[in-house]
Every structure is written in structure tokens, then in C-alpha cells.
Design a protein around this ligand. Structure first.
Ligand code: BG6
Ligand code: MG
Length: 218
């Protein structure tokens, strides 16, 4: 029996992973180097400041900036990211997501958000998704980034669910690792090779159901 499903946001429910990448690639370009989509994979699921370190390392600039300058670079990236987010509408929720969430609800499964993003609330509001969640845990509420399990353990705790009855949906290797450390099963979303350690995988939520989930994680 599944008591609770915990969803990552960026790249799982909405396609904001490409906005994060674009904003980091823009910043790298301004700093004089190219940040490739392959390098961008490593920033998925990772906090904003840890992502900045990954970007700077890719450009050989890891020791070039003071903490204050790094805060400024991260703020610049976030402004760019938010300008992309400001174009989002409820139509940007990924295909099949709303139907799957409704199916979970019909089966009495609680739904939680487990996101590293401090912008999660803005995105949920723009996409009219906030009301779907029984609990929301985002980057404003956790202090330890994935692969630390804090974000998922907090979500489960808010819903009084034990880890064995929780399933995590993630598009990032760091998130799959966080689920494993929380003692939860996981569904890798999107089909990237780095998700091979998930309990099971889907490429899209289209036509995915509670029944199919139960079979896949059994
Ligand atoms: C995660 C994204 O959901 O949130 C990461 O996968 C991002 O790429 C992290 O760095 C933090 O997001 P934000 O919106 O707080 O900068
Ligand atoms: Mg993600």
C-alpha cells in the first residue's frame, strides 16, 4: 500500500530544468566560457549555491570569487531564471501530471512536494498546482540539500507517513539517492541514464496510473 507520493518539482511536474540550465549557461557565457547541457545535468536537484560552484568549476573559476561576489552571481542567475518562470501558465504542467495526481487522490494517497527550490511557491502559483498538495516542503524549509534525505523525511513526517509507504518521483540522481537514504522507493522520471538506481522509471506521466505504479514498485 502507498500512503504518500513525494514529488520533486523542477523537471518532474514542470519543465523548469531547462530554465535553470539556460540561466546558468547565460551566466557562464557572461563570464567567458561555455557551460554545456551535459555539465548542466550535475546541477539538477542541487541547491542554488552548490549549482554555482559546479558552474564555476566547469569554467576553471572555482577560486576566483569572494563569498559576496558569489552571492551576487547567484542572485543574477536567479533574476534570469525568474524572468523565464514569469512566462509560465497552468498549461506548462507536464503532460499527464494532473491526471496522475487526481488518480492518486482518488485512491487516498497523500501528495507532497519535496523540492530544493526556493522558487517553488512562485511556480506552483503560476501553474495553479498549489492546492493539489497535502504538504509542501521546499528550499525555504530545508537546510540540507539532496542527496541528503531531509526534504523527503520532512514531507513524510508532515503527513504522518512511514518511509516504507512513501514513493518519491525524481528527475535527478541526487534526488534518487536522497530517496534511498530516506528508506523510500523511487520513480526516475525522464529516462536519463543517471536514474538507473531508482526502483523503477517512466519517461512521461501520460497514461500512468496508480495501478501501474503499484505494479512497477512491487
Ligand atoms: C532544484 C533544481 O529543484 O532546485 C536545481 O533541480 C536548483 O537545478 C535548485 O538549483 C534550487 O533552485 P532555486 O530555484 O532555489 O534556485
Ligand atoms: Mg528536479
Amino acid at each position: 500500500m502507498i500512503a504518500c507520493c513525494l514529488f520533486d518539482l523542477d523537471g518532474v511536474l514542470v519543465d523548469t530544468a531547462r530554465f535553470h540550465y539556460r540561466a546558468w549557461a547565460d551566466l557562464a557565457h557572461d563570464l567567458g566560457f561555455e557551460f554545456t547541457p551535459e555539465q548542466g545535468e550535475a546541477t539538477k536537484g542541487v541547491s542554488r549555491m552548490a549549482s554555482l560552484d559546479i558552474v564555476l568549476r566547469a569554467g576553471g573559476m572555482e577560486n576566483r570569487f569572494s563569498q559576496e561576489e558569489k552571492e551576487r552571481l547567484a542572485a543574477e542567475k536567479n533574476d534570469r531564471y525568474l524572468s523565464y518562470v514569469s512566462t509560465m501558465t497552468p498549461d506548462d504542467v507536464l503532460p499527464g501530471v494532473r491526471d496522475f495526481l487526481a488518480d492518486l487522490k482518488r485512491h487516498g494517497v497523500k501528495i507532497a512536494l519535496g523540492s530544493a527550490s526556493k522558487n517553488a511557491g512562485t511556480i506552483l502559483d503560476r501553474c495553479a498546482l498549489r492546492d493539489v498538495f497535502d504538504a509542501i516542503v521546499d528550499g525555504t524549509l530545508v537546510s540540507r540539500a539532496k542527496p541528503d534525505p531531509e526534504v523527503f523525511l520532512k514531507g513524510a513526517e508532515l503527513l504522518n507517513a512511514v518511509s516504507e509507504k512513501c514513493v518519491v518521483f525524481e528527475d535527478a540522481a541526487a534526488g534518487i539517492e536522497a530517496a534511498a537514504r530516506a528508506g523510500m522507493r523511487s520513480v526516475g522520471v525522464g529516462g536519463d541514464r543517471s536514474l538507473a538506481r531508482a526502483t523503477t522509471g517512466i519517461t512521461t506521466f501520460e497514461n500512468f496510473t496508480y495501478e501501474a505504479l503499484c505494479k512497477a514498485i512491487d
